[in-house]
Design a binder for this molecule. Structure first.
Ligand code: PLP
Length: 356
């Protein structure tokens, strides 16, 4: 082939998706999905919307932006919607980064980040997590230079499940100068139970350089519909909307998101997120009981930093009928599933320790 491919593209790291099970009796705990199906009211809305599939959806998702604005007490100008928050993170980087600009990020964190940064032509400056797998706010702030366009954090952090406190978020925004965008990815905020953990949307009014990312993929159980959104200063969000793929939220996806924002659906989402969080706490307590060192988990997943044993542990789990997400040489991320699936994890991890 003779087409020129940008060097930044030929050297992109691979995004490794969570493994997909070959059989239905395998617990798929590899992608941080909800163990519950789509809600009936949301499914009805999707079905109705599909009848109009010969029509384009709204160009920039105005009805959904209005509903999200109402939910968060913001104006629709401060919101951008897209086909998943990962797409929006790409659009945000494409909006603010020139070739060779720096983007500061914690690492290990969401594996899509370095890919998005490279696609935008920017350079990822990674800042190690602390020994207890938390994001190091002081080190992140100190990594900012005049070349930095954007700093991102992820709370709770994928894959370690540790979260930033409200005090840490406040410190980050106060210390990073307002010409650097601070993006806070809150994909898993619905599962947080620690009252010390911050909600970045409460800081939007005071900090024009803050952008908050949310998604319908996790607690709302709509990963397959692909809808996410950003909240931030109106001028910046307008620029993101002009960069974003037109008609990025499909008709069924917008219908699903709107139905998911109805009070009854939201209440059910909150109830289910609570059940998942309770299961998470039950599993983490059981694992610690059997000798595992598990960092404080606030998302719908937990982290086992087994280092060189990662691949072997993932294989052990597969043999026990559980798909997990290994990060070779670093550790294993396990999503919270249904109670019987979680019991299977507890016993598989106990037998691993007994064997090791
Ligand atoms: C799952 C996840 C998202 C959501 O991505 P979508 O594209 O909205 O499905 C965003 N950020 C992090 C850290 C995630 O783990």
């Amino acid at each position: 082939m003779s087409a020129h491919i940008r060097p930044a593209v030929t050297t992109l790291p691979a995004y490794v998706p969570g493994a997909r099970p070959a059989r239905s009796d395998i617990a798929k705990l590899s992608s941080n999905e909800m163990p519950y199906p789509i809600q009936d009211s949301v499914l009805d809305a999707v079905t109705a919307a599909a009848r109009c599939a010969h029509r384009y959806p709204e160009m920039t998702g105005d009805t959904l932006r209005a509903a999200l604005a109402a939910r968060h007490g913001l104006s629709a100008e401060t919101i951008a919607v897209g086909n998943g928050s990962t797409a929006l993170i790409q659009h945000l980087l494409d909006t603010v980064c020139d070739d060779g600009d720096d983007v500061v990020m914690p690492w290990r964190s969401f594996e899509a980040y370095p890919i998005c940064v490279a696609v935008a032509g920017a350079r990822a400056v990674t800042v190690s997590l602390t020994a207890d797998a938390r994001q190091d706010v002081d080190a992140l702030v100190n990594a900012v230079t005049p070349r930095t366009r954007l700093l991102m954090v992820c709370t709770p952090n994928n894959p370690t499940s540790t979260a930033l406190t409200a005090a840490e978020l406040g410190e980050l925004l106060d210390r990073v100068s307002e010409n650097v965008v601070v993006m806070v990815d809150e994909a898993y905020l619905d599962f947080v139970t620690d009252p010390a953990v911050g909600d970045a949307t409460t800081l939007l009014a005071e900090h024009p350089h803050l952008v908050v990312s949310r998604t319908f993929s996790k607690a709302h159980a709509l990963a397959g519909m692909r809808v996410g959104y950003l909240m931030g200063e109106a001028g910046l969000m307008g620029a993101v909307r002009s960069v974003a793929t037109p008609f990025g939220v499909s008709l069924p996806a917008q219908a699903a998101a709107l139905a998911a924002l109805e009070p009854q659906a939201l209440a059910e989402t909150t109830r289910r997120a609570g059940l998942v969080a309770a299961e998470r706490d039950r599993v983490v307590a059981a694992l610690r009981e059997s000798g595992w060192d598990v960092p404080d988990a606030q998302g719908n997943f937990y982290w086992l930093a087994v280092g060189q044993a990662t691949t072997a542990l993932a294989r052990h789990c597969t043999e026990a009928g559980i798909l997990v997400r290994p990060f070779a040489g670093e550790g294993v991320r396990v999503s919270v599933g249904r109670p019987e699936e979680n019991d299977r994890v507890i016993s598989a991890l106990a037998s691993w320790r007994a064997r090791a």
